[in-house]
Write a protein that binds this ligand. Sequence first.
Ligand code: ATP
Ligand code: MG
Length: 509
Amino acid sequence: MNKNLNANQVLIVDDEQSIRDGSERILGRMGCEVLTAGRGEEGLNILKKQPVGIVLLDMKMPGMDGMEVLQEIRKHYPDILVIVITGYATVETAIEAMKRGAYDFIPKPFEPDQLRIVVNRAQEKLKLTQEAEKAKIARRRTMLDLDTEKSRVRTIIESLPNGVLVTNAKGQVVLMNPACRTYLGIDPNMALGEPVNAYITNEELCSLVMEISQGRHLDFDDIPTVEFVAPNEMYLLARAKPVLGDRRECLGAVINLADVTALRVLDRMKSEFVAKVSHELRSPLSTIHEQLALVITDTIDQMSQNDVHLLSRAKEKTQGLISMIGDLLDLTRIESGSVSHENKPVQLEELLQSIIDFLNTRAKTKKQTLTLNLPDQPLPPLTSDPLAMESIFGNLITNAINYTQEGGNIEVTADLLGIHIRVIVKDNGFGIEAKHLEKIFEQFYRVKTDQTRYITGTGLGLSIVKGLVDSMNGVIQVESEPGRGTTFTVLLPFNTIQKTEDGGKTISG
Ligand code: ATP
Ligand code: MG
């Protein structure tokens, strides 16, 4: 379509001067811009230069006749509307002309009104066609824009270094970028559309993605991240979020997979380094400690009080270092997942009693009472590592003694709760402010207050306790009120289920 055709510009091609003049007058009054030609060739020449929209064409002319001119116009300007002017005697010609593409015809001689009506109709038709054409172009352009926008977003997603996977509300995978396929080891030709567990083997992540897809996690904040090892040994960290529509309805889930292998390797190297250094330091320090103890006991009579004091301080400090090294070694073992539990049946009553007997000396120096409450019926034996159990309750009770004022009370209670054995360590000591409660299980976290400032420690005890309790599939909780005391509750299932290194579970006992 020649968009520049002017519906207002009319060319009259007629050999009769009077028809040309008469029509020019009528159409001129209608506001048309009128061009005239007495011969066919002349008319075609005008069309080459002017954007004429409508041609009034006489069929019978000397030289090139109307039919030939019509054919030329149709050939070169298919959008021009041609109205043929015919005599009464040549109705057949009119029909023939219409067949060959004329838009309309007007018999000669015609009344001004007839001319006006037929030209008006042609103008209307031309304008409508032009508008329709404009709309079509506009529509095509928006489709084109949309297409580029879509392909741009697609290109961005495809080239992201992180894995991206999108599901619909049924949990079927609808999009997966190449990084995602590489991370998960999925064949590049594997089609989309299957449920998410056809692509991801980690059960925890699959069920989380299913839950999110089905709209059970509309609140973004409560969605946990999942870390897992992909089949190709890559450590992947998955963050999943719901895709919400305009009305906050859930349309599916989007999962972002980051490769954290390098970080984990670094973590492992750090742990190995700490373990190695700690190990190397332990024996010389133990020797120093033993020798200091020897010097003190052997020569106490010959030394001044001040010297004894200095040496005792040195001995205490080395003891502190040794126990810190022990903590570090425990911790690296827990972190590397190689807590090799020497599992055997443990009778908790006996174990707690022996810990309390041992720590009672320390409690007594602070004039504290340390009591153990046991149920009337014997507790079922726990299948677990006695050393780990000692570490758990030893740390909790030591803390209770350390963080309770002189003359305080510490109470340890053990009983049965469903499938768990419950141990409660309760003190009426300094207590912990709520803002610290979440953090005390982190490594090296210590609460500094006026009361605790001079108590020595490394802040590793509770992180070890937590690691061990977790590895036994147990639970540890803490409640505390500053100034009133703290209660730690440990729940241990008595068919101890231990996590194996690959995150799977084996049942022992
Ligand atoms: P260590 O590694 O020698 O055990 P620590 O006792 O400081 O050092 P954690 O046992 O991990 O480390 O305890 C962390 C912090 O939690 C302590 O520094 C203390 O502030 C607080 N805390 C732990 N138990 C209690 C308790 N029973 N009462 C009050 N505060 C406590
Ligand atoms: Mg401690």
